[in-house]
Design a protein around this ligand. Structure first.
Ligand code: NAD
Length: 447
């Protein structure tokens, strides 16, 4: 069945009629195919306010990104972004000032606009009021994200740890750019856990880096390989031998190296390590993207289906990473695992898949602490409803529900995931480790 609803939603007449009936329609999200740019906020009106100590640095980052900074606006004037530094709120009056600012300005947010709230990390606070207020910002931001979603606009909370303010520029660039179009209602924690002094780059963010992407023949992996390559990385694209032709076609397009194997074979880690050492002397970025579903309700699930999903999605990731960490993954490296909303919320008929994807969340959390001293970050990405062959196979009503039950009322694209992976692969993400970034349009599932 063709996607009639998706077609209708692009029609302005229907969109207005349904809008009047209280049924919100998705806005077209602005996503350029251009690479990362140091002037990505050119012509964007950004209103910055707050009482925190990061305001000055924030202003200079925004200037560097060529934003048109404004401190006030005319009554009907629209703004592209609202950025508020609430890292030092300590009293009810301070939170009230946050309310005042957003109450006065939230309606002015333009289509495809951005809201960023900076707060402190609640469990780093020494008194109960500060901890409560830092947490209150999360509820505020998540609700703002739901209210501005109709405009295709997004809101995020960035929790900044003690002495980690200097790690914000790359995060601010990503969140205010069109690269984060499908991320909404999320909390990003920025800390100085990872030892690194690498300067953040705003353009060609992966120049000189070597990256391995597993499951790169199609879908999210293929788009990720293309995006990483367009930012200057040299790519090794891995998939099953059956997909050699697809990988070779990709190699013609982006000049990547092709490596075929089943990642669940016993010596996969050794083979990958040897390939990377022989060809590049090591690797900087590893994207564990290869994944499979083997769905059945638990009572009907054979041992084989259970083992297959766990082996590909979790055990292969652990085994290969252990090997690569010995000498192949360089200091200041980046490890990114494709988890899933199912790993957070669980899903009917996906006990094996959900267990494997939740296992990855534990893996990321634990490993990040072990490798922080080497400047290596380890993160997960949890895609929501992404328009791929996987989701095209879902029955039409569930498919529509999957899309629309989110702040942005629509599904994402493989490029949205690739952009988030590129961000986490960059130097500018050195403050972010051990967590899972949901790229889900603010999906109501598992929120
Ligand atoms: P896909 O099926 O299009 O691509 C996965 C690739 O992994 C395929 O090319 C496949 O050949 C490869 N692969 C599978 N088993 C392998 C093995 N043993 N050895 C080597 N390669 C192997 O899937 P996708 O939709 O692009 O998803 C990519 C990742 O994102 C997966 O880990 C998936 O679980 C996760 N994810 C996807 C979605 C979505 O909406 N598409 C949502 C949540 C999570």
């Amino acid at each position: 069945m063709s996607d009639l609803w998706l077609e209708l939603s692009k029609n302005q007449h229907f969109s207005k009629t349904f809008g009047k009936m209280g049924i919100p329609f998705p806005k077209d999200l602005k996503r350029s195919s251009e690479g990362w740019k140091s002037d990505c906020l050119k012509d964007k009106k950004v209103m910055v306010f707050g009482t925190g100590a990061l305001l000055e640095d924030l202003n200079s980052t925004l200037k560097e990104l060529s934003a048109n900074l404004i401190s006030d606006r005319a009554e009907k004037e629209k703004v592209d972004a609202l950025v508020y530094d609430a890292t030092s709120i300590a009293t009810d009056k301070d939170l009230r000032v946050v309310y005042d600012f957003f109450h006065k300005n939230i309606k002015a947010i333009a289509d495809n606009g951005r809201v960023i709230l900076l707060g402190s990390i609640p469990n780093e606070q020494e008194d109960i009021m500060k901890a409560s207020l830092a947490q209150a910002l999360e509820g505020l931001m998540r609700s703002i994200a739901k209210e501005v979603g109709r405009k295709g606009a997004t809101a995020q909370l960035v929790q900044v740890g003690v002495s980690a303010g200097n790690r914000l520029p790359g995060v601010v660039q990503f969140l205010l750019s069109d690269k984060s179009a499908f991320i909404s209602g999320q909390v990003l924690k920025v800390t100085n856990e990872v030892e690194s002094s690498n300067p953040c780059k705003f353009e060609k963010v992966l120049d000189g880096k070597v990256a391995l992407v597993t499951g790169a023949a199609r879908g999210i992996g293929r788009e990720t390989a293309k995006t990483l390559a367009s930012e200057g990385a040299q790519l090794v694209c891995l998939d099953l031998e059956n997909d050699r032709a697809l990988l070779e076609e990709l190699s013609e397009e982006i000049g990547c190296k092709v490596l075929t194997m089943d990642i669940t074979t016993e010596n996969a880690g050794e083979e990958i390590e040897k390939y990377l050492m022989d060809n590049f002397g090591g690797v900087d970025i590893v994207v564990h993207n290869a994944g499979i579903t083997r769905d059945k309700t638990l009572g009907n699930m054979s041992e084989k289906l259970w083992d297959q999903a766990l082996s590909v999605n979790l055990y292969a990731v652990i085994n290969i990473t252990e090997k690569l960490l010995e000498k192949c993954l360089r200091d200041n490296g980046r490890l990114i695992c494709l988890s899933s909303i199912s790993g957070i919320a669980g899903n009917f008929g996906q006990t094996n898949y959900s267990a494997s994807k939740a296992g990855l969340i534990g893996f990321v959390r634990h490993l990040s602490k072990e490798v922080a001293k080497r400047g290596i970050t380890v993160n997960g990405i949890a895609p929501g409803f992404i328009e791929t062959r996987l989701t095209a196979a879902i029955p039409v009503f569930s498919r529509q529900a999957g899309r629309r039950l989110s702040n942005l009322f629509q599904g994402g694209t493989p490029r949205d995931i690739a952009n988030a992976i590129t961000f986490l692969s960059s130097e500018g993400a050195y403050g972010i480790t051990g967590g899972v970034l949901r790229v889900c349009g603010g999906s109501f599932i598992g929120a």
